[in-house]
Design a protein around this ligand. Structure first.
Ligand SMILES: *Cc1c(COP(=O)(O)O)cnc(C)c1O
Length: 376
């Protein structure tokens, strides 16, 4: 049975909404984007949400707006997607990796203190697979050492831990609406913050640093715009926003279905020797973005190939960034420096997890993994 790695959640109503935008006047940042921002803000319980073209742009702008630049260091995790760290590099700052927790794969907050130097400016935690890092601990360190905190919440839109949601205990949280994320529109992202001044800066920076966006320049009496800072081109357009405005109302139902699938996987792998399902963090709501298992690193790649041969969509999230040639070369990093991240990176496999996945498909994936692990 062929099982896709991912299927999106776009429905006819979303497509119809895009068509309405296309038949209207504004294609770029306008009323749909504003409506989506309003709904996202409510969903997150945050004061400000700024819709952008990607999480990468959100991370990059947040770091710049918080004054991270040349000569600074930013503490982060090696077990993440490349753009968490390229956003630091583009600011001329140096990523300082600390190892992750063996179980969750999240940045280990107890290792942050010893990585702080006089050049440290910010901490950039990543909420891996949908489980939040210990934001209370990270917030305490940041407050005490006067550091900024930007969360990579690309996996964690629906997450909560110890009563804390993304953005609540940091300067900003960054979200992704990339094609395969829990909420997706192809390419999109957002930043959420409680800080009004920061929100204003992000709003301006997402559109070249101009004092007014396109639709507000158009409506009302003509007003000249000013260039108030050297900004970027990271705004979300109304076409993409239209795909998110109603989809966001369906998130709770999607999460419930992913929970059922995740439970089914865990039950299915319970008595399979050689397959480990990571345990959940207690007192937390897991956004369940990715379902991962771990197998012996000696057979991991063969298991991947076997699953692919059976037409099961699989992925690896992530092989640690300190072993990628650019970062290795540029920052003098080497194997052995972050053993937990390396162990996870060498043994992890991501299995299909999305609301449209059927029970019989989940069972087919479980059976295929069971066979692959037994064979090698
Ligand atoms: C997807 C992802 C990103 C990048 O998101 P974009 O919207 O594609 O820029 C950043 N960090 C993590 C952890 C991701 O999974």
């Amino acid at each position: 049975m062929k099982v896709e790695f991912f299927k999106h959640n776009i429905e006819e109503a979303d497509i119809e909404r895009v068509c309405r935008v296309l038949r209207g006047l504004f294609l770029t940042t306008g009323p749909e984007t504003a409506l989506f921002e309003e709904k996202l803000k409510v969903f997150l319980g945050m004061e400000h949400a700024i819709a952008l073209s990607s999480a990468t742009g959100a991370l990059h702008m947040a770091l710049e707006a918080l004054g991270v630049g040349s000569g600074h260091e930013v503490i982060t995790t090696p077990l993440t997607f490349a753009s968490t760290v390229t956003s630091i590099c583009h600011q001329g700052a140096v990523p300082i990796f600390v190892d992750v927790e063996e179980d969750s794969g999240n940045l280990d907050a107890s290792l942050i203190e010893q990585a702080i130097s006089p050049r440290t400016r910010a901490i950039l935690p990543v909420h891996l697979y949908g489980q939040m890092c210990d934001m209370k601990a990270i917030h305490a360190i940041a407050t005490q050492r006067d550091l900024r905190v930007v969360e990579d919440a690309a996996h964690a839109l629906e997450a909560e831990r110890d009563g804390v949601k993304p953005g609540a205990l940091s300067d900003a949280a960054c979200f992704s609406f990339y094609a395969t994320k829990n909420l997706g529109c192809g390419e999109g992202g957002a930043a959420a913050t409680r800080d009004e001044a920061l929100a204003g800066v992000l709003r301006r920076m997402r559109l070249h640093g101009l004092s007014k966006d396109a639709s507000s320049r158009y409506t009302g009496g003509y007003r000249h715009y000013d260039v108030e800072s050297c900004g970027w081109k990271y705004n979300m357009d109304d076409i993409h926003a239209a795909l998110l405005v109603e989809q966001i109302d369906r998130l709770e139902g999607y999460l419930k279905r992913r929970q059922e699938i995740s439970d089914r996987y865990v039950r299915g792998f319970q008595n399979v020797t050689g397959v480990v399902c990571p345990r959940g963090i207690s007192n937390a709501r897991n956004a369940l973005h990715l379902f991962t298992i771990r197998v012996d690193s000696a057979i991991r790649d063969q298991v991947l190939l076997d699953l692919q041969a059976k037409e099961i969509g699989v992925s690896v999230n992530f092989r640690p960034l300190h072993l990628m040639s650019h970062f290795k070369k540029t920052y003098g990093l080497k194997e052995g420096m972050f053993p937990n991240a390396e162990r996870i990176g060498a043994s992890t496999i991501t299995l299909p997890l999305y609301p449209k996945l059927r029970d019989d498909e989940v069972d087919a994936v479980i059976e295929a993994v069971r066979e692959a692990v037994r064979k090698v």
